[in-house]
Design a protein around this ligand. Structure first.
Ligand SMILES: [Zn+2]
Length: 87
């Protein structure tokens, strides 16, 4: 989850993880990590009239662009909050 405070502290090119990060231990102890990394692509936007609202422009790869906002923020987390770090 990305909070508005997190969003305001993000810098251009910061990495964020989208949805669930998974680690799978395969045969011969090969560890496979599945995660989707997006990058901050511009400045976080906020609204004075609507304090809960925020928008972080992000990109995934070269052609995929979008926004994190207060409605989809649950789908993202900071690398330092990655559940894989706790395993
Ligand atoms: Zn993660």
């Amino acid at each position: 989850m990305i909070t508005k405070e997190d969003a305001l502290n993000l810098k251009y090119r910061d990495e964020l993880h989208f949805k669930e990060c998974r680690k799978k231990v395969g045969p011969r102890d090969g560890v496979k990590i599945t995660n989707t990394i997006v990058r901050v692509n511009g400045k976080t936007k906020t609204w004075k009239r609507d304090l809960n609202r925020f928008e972080v422009p992000i990109s995934h790869g070269l052609y995929d662009h979008g926004y994190i906002d207060e409605r989809n923020a649950y789908d993202f987390h900071l690398p330092k909050d990655c559940p894989l770090l706790k395993e």
